[in-house]
Design a binder for this molecule. Structure first.
Ligand code: ATP
Length: 363
């Protein structure tokens, strides 16, 4: 997985990130940016594991790839030769799918009719919307308190009965930046799964079988793992081309997890789907992943084919390899000076993990 020039990547159709800068506090820049001149290329058909310590930026990167944050211009974050943020049809069409830890229902992209900033409007308030037909790029707001320039809506359904009639026409929804309203209530798995429109019935049956979902499950009475299975099923109903997974297998039992990983492998091999999977659980992943990307404090430290990872040639245990990388990080972290004393020697200079971010402490 080499980092290549934009021009060379233009036709690859996977994921290309070129010179990305991102800070959670936006233009205020009171904190150092999480990503500075970040580059990544994931080829179509890859199964790329994203590893790194807590807080290293995995979730943020996946959300950026999923078009949830605007970063720079159209050329900075490209997914399937489109801009992840600007080209809303990526998500609306189901080509780009994101499955994360939070229990929110990402119903679709909404574009406010009549807004001067049509393509990038997001409602940051409880609001009642009329959604247009899927793909019609039409939403007319009713009772909106505040608007903010983001393009993709994470829409959590406000009333549980609405879950039983998921339709892109006339839904009452709660819109938030990161809707974390749990998808749990006295409704069945069947209503949720069969409420999603435009789904291939064979694919739906296959997923229900694969995830061993009992359609009669009442969502307020299921276990975390059972609820997670329904969430995964909903997220996979449309045949994505790029799938971003943020540790979604954490609640699954071993059999379901391994079957799901096998399903993902088939999807990559048969349809050339691309998967980026952030995880701290490495069981069975040595032979599953094709590529590995290791992030440390927002910097891409390693990005290579799994078969090229030197440490894995002497040990087949991915867990111990990643553990050793993170232990080096922790050692370096402990050696960090607490103030900007420039007279101190720089302990990072000879380290293979030396970074400009560490250097900042010595300026
Ligand atoms: N909404 C937010 N506002 C401000 N800072 C945030 C926000 N979300 C995350 N961060 C910060 O960004 C950094 C990266 O967080 P992120 O969640 O991407 O890490 P991660 O690698 O996914 O961690 P983990 O393995 O714990 O899930 C962290 O320092 C975190 O504190």
């Amino acid at each position: 997985m080499a980092i290549e020039k934009q021009q060379e990547n233009e036709n690859s159709g996977g994921i290309q990130v070129q010179g990305m800068q991102f800070s959670y506090d936006g233009l205020q820049q009171q904190q150092p940016p999480l990503f500075v001149d970040f580059n990544l290329h994931v080829s179509p058909g890859s199964r790329c594991l994203l590893v790194g310590a807590n807080g290293s930026g995995k979730t943020t990167l996946l959300k950026i790839l999923a078009g949830k944050h605007m970063v720079g211009g159209r050329d900075v974050v490209r997914v399937l030769n489109c801009s992840a943020f600007h080209d809303t049809q990526l998500v609306c069409s189901g080509d780009l799918a994101y499955l994360g830890g939070s229990w929110s229902k990402n119903v679709g992209c909404a574009i406010l009719q009549g807004s001067p900033c049509r393509r990038y409007t997001m409602i940051n308030a409880w609001g009642v919307l009329f959604l247009g037909c899927e793909g019609s790029n039409y939403v007319s707001p009713y009772q909106v308190q505040r608007q903010s320039p983001l393009n993709q809506l994470t829409i959590s359904l406000l009333w549980r009965e609405l879950l039983t009639r998921i339709s892109y026409h006339y839904l009452l929804v709660n819109v938030t930046f990161e809707g974390d309203i749990p998808l749990q209530g006295d409704f069945s798995a069947e209503h949720m799964i069969f409420g999603v429109e435009g789904v291939d019935p064979d694919r739906r049956d296959k997923l229900i079988d694969l995830l061993d979902i009992d359609l009669q499950w009442r969502m307020h009475k299921v276990s975390d793992g059972q609820r997670r299975r329904v969430q995964i099923c909903l997220g996979l109903l449309h045949p994505y081309k790029v799938l971003l997974l943020d540790e979604v297998t954490v609640d699954l039992d071993v059999v379901t997890r391994m079957d799901l990983l096998e399903f993902f492998k088939e999807e990559c091999e048969q349809r050339e789907a691309t998967i980026v999977y952030a995880t701290h659980i490495f069981d069975g992943l040595e032979t599953w992943a094709t590529h590995l990307a290791y992030i440390q404090e927002g910097e891409l430290r390693r990005a290579e084919k799994i078969s090229d990872v030197n440490e894995l040639k002497s040990s087949t245990n991915l867990l111990s390899v990643v553990e050793s990388w993170l232990r080096v990080e922790i050692k370096l972290e402990k050696k960090k000076p607490v103030n900007n004393n420039t007279s101190q020697a720089n302990p990072f200079a000879s380290s293979p993990f030396f970074s400009s971010r560490h250097m900042a402490y010595y300026r």
